[in-house]
Write a protein that binds this ligand. Structure first.
Ligand code: SAH
Ligand code: CA
Length: 213
């Protein structure tokens, strides 16, 4: 999704720190070999996630939806010394590729990579998180939010990706497919939740930034 003209997009990319060689390679390999490569966070959003993470300085991060590990590597850049990055994906076919990139990025000793359904795995992780990144199946965004809420410390953050869903959130409610309805319901729930501060940040496909007060 483009909010800016192609010229401005290019200008923004040219004035945003480049991806590391490892991330560039992962981006290319995902596009060449993996289904749905548009799911990968990419240069601008990846740098944004890294920047946000450096600002938050989390010690415990949970990511729901690893895919090929691009956003994981970006987020892990901001992890505090001695911290742990937990990431979950249901797609076991990507396990080998993801693990090899975690090694190449030098983060494999701080990552715990869970393969399976996040709905089943989240309750088994007994940790308090400073940051949770929600980026798996859209129908379950509200379930993930409810499941992680008590595991996020007061003052901690939840970030959810794709909350503009390629502008489909603007569709007539009757025309929305299940994913669009779920994303829209998620956004409305967050907006109405008095326990949090939130801003819908219009970068790429939309990031909902949520701070638990
Ligand atoms: N965060 C990644 C992209 C994630 S794409 C990036 O920015 O690079 C969404 C991922 O969610 C897919 O890899 C998919 O396999 C995973 N997923 C879908 N349903 C899931 C579930 N129930 N539990 C865990 N992962 C799930
Ligand atoms: Ca995403």
């Amino acid at each position: 999704m483009n909010f800016l003209s192609p010229e401005l997009d290019k200008y923004v990319a040219e004035h945003t720190e480049p991806e590391s060689e490892t991330l560039q390679k992962l981006n290319r390999e995902t596009n060449a070999k993996v289904l749905y490569p548009q799911m990968l966070a990419g240069h601008l959003q990846g740098r944004m996630l890294s920047m946000l993470c450096h600002m938050i300085q989390p010690k415990q991060i949970l990511e729901i939806g690893t895919y090929t590990g691009y956003s994981a590597i970006c987020l892990a850049e901001g992890l505090q010394e001695g911290g742990t990055f937990h990431t979950i994906d249901i797609n076991e076919e990507l396990e080998e590729m993801v693990k090899s990139y975690f090694v190449e990025a030098g983060i494999s000793d701080k990552v715990r990579f869970y393969i399976g359904n996040a709905l089943e795995i989240i309750p088994t992780i007994d940790k308090t998180f400073d940051l949770v990144f929600i980026d798996a199946d859209k129908e379950n965004y509200i379930n993930y939010y409810n499941m992680v809420f008590d595991k996020v410390r007061t003052g901690g953050y939840i970030i959810a990706d794709n909350v503009l869903w390629n502008s489909k959130v603007l569709q007539d409610a009757k025309k929305m497919d299940a994913e669009t309805r779920a994303i829209n319901a998620f956004n409305k729930k967050i907006q109405a939740d008095l326990r949090v501060h939130n801003v819908l940040f219009p970068i790429r496909d939309g990031l909902m930034l949520i701070r638990k007060s």
